[in-house]
Write a protein that binds this ligand. Structure first.
Ligand code: DAH
Length: 339
């Protein structure tokens, strides 16, 4: 029996050394010390021993039990400590490492300038509205007094979807929509995308942006137009900026003009930006044609108004000294992160 006990001890010792998981140690506890365990089985045979042998074997059995119990406890403690250490190592933060930089995006130059323009007009009491990019021929052309045989209506310039539906070639259709939806006094700008069937080059793109402006009220005159656009030019390019109004033709305004600003790079002396002119053209404008007012449901006998159309890309290119419009659309991060 002593031999049996020694055997159990030896086996248990080996098994516990080999155990690397808490579950294995639990299993060992059941196997050796449990109610149906090997040690218990031996102890059950104690009755067959002589009176002298019993205390001796009993003592050995107790030693073996104690040994196994202690061994298991020690191994459990060891494994738990190792587990905790691994967990701590895993969660260690090296506070001396440099931080991970957070990349902050940049606003697109088109958005920067558009926001400025919006703010300038909001400061003058204008509302900001928008119109559909897929537009009816009626709003894009007909209602703006652009006749059927006008060259702008050529399929070479306009993306037609059907005979009656097209991608708007200008933001001017917003003038008619604004007049239909609102009553004078009316002061709105309407920025947005416009489309023309143009090949891409340094100054052309089939998609670009315009900002339309419209003011209608009683007694609006050309001096209101001049004052408004002069304010825009000075706010955009500085208080020294001068404006120049040249006669022009647009079907939806009468009279019509093109507006130049004194070159903000050379101050009007002449440079590469203004091609030696001292002036750069920034927009088209005019007094709203009576027919256009009528088409918008407004009585031209009672009301008058002015309108203007700005090309946003042009403004952005002047503003940041860009010589190629394509940079605005190519999404090259090396370009965009400069703003
Ligand atoms: N829609 C014109 C264009 O695309 C720009 C324009 C000129 C708009 C004169 C206007 C205006 O409102 O009065 O060329």
């Amino acid at each position: 029996m002593r031999q049996q006990l020694e055997e159990i001890r030896k086996n248990a010792e080996a098994a516990l050394k080999a155990a690397n998981l808490l579950e294995e140690l639990d299993a060992a506890r059941v196997k050796y010390l449990g109610k149906k365990g090997e040690l218990t089985a031996v102890l059950k045979q104690m009755g067959s021993l002589s009176a002298e042998e019993r205390p001796i074997i009993g003592q050995v059995a107790n030693e073996v039990r104690e040994y196994i119990q202690n061994e298991i406890d020690a191994r459990v403690a060891e494994l738990k400590a190792a587990q905790q250490e691994a967990q701590l190592a895993f969660e260690t933060i090296d506070v001396t490492l440099p931080g991970e930089g957070v990349e902050v995006g940049h606003r697109h130059p088109l958005s920067i300038v558009l926001d400025e323009v919006k703010e300038i007009f909001q400061g003058m009491g204008f509302d900001i509205i928008s119109g559909p990019e897929v537009e009816l021929d009626y709003y894009n052309f007909e209602a703006l007094n652009i006749p059927k045989d006008h060259p702008a209506r050529d399929t070479q310039d306009t993306f037609y979807i059907t005979d009656n539906i097209l991608l708007r070639t200008q933001t001017s259709p917003c003038q008619i929509r604004a007049m239909e939806e609102r009553k004078p006094p009316l002061r709105v700008i309407s920025p947005g995308r416009v489309y023309r069937s143009d090949a891409v080059d340094a100054t052309h793109s089939p998609l670009f942006h315009q900002i339309e402006g419209l003011v209608v009220d009683e007694g609006i005159t050309m001096s209101d137009l001049k004052g408004t656009l002069d304010t825009l030019a000075k706010k955009l390019y500085g208080p020294e900026t001068k404006t120049r109004f040249r006669p022009h033709h647009f079907p939806f305004t009468e009279p019509s003009c093109e507006v130049d600003v004194s070159c903000f790079k050379c101050g009007g002396v002449g440079c590469s930006m203004c091609k030696g002119e001292g002036w750069v053209e920034i927009l088209g404008a005019g007094m709203v044609h009576p027919k256009v007012l009528k088409n918008g449901g407004i009585d031209p006998e009672k009301y008058s108004g002015f309108a203007f159309g700005l090309g946003l890309e042009r403004l952005v290119m002047f503003r940041f000294g860009l010589d190629d419009m394509r940079m605005l659309y190519e999404n090259d991060v090396r370009f965009l992160e400069q703003f």
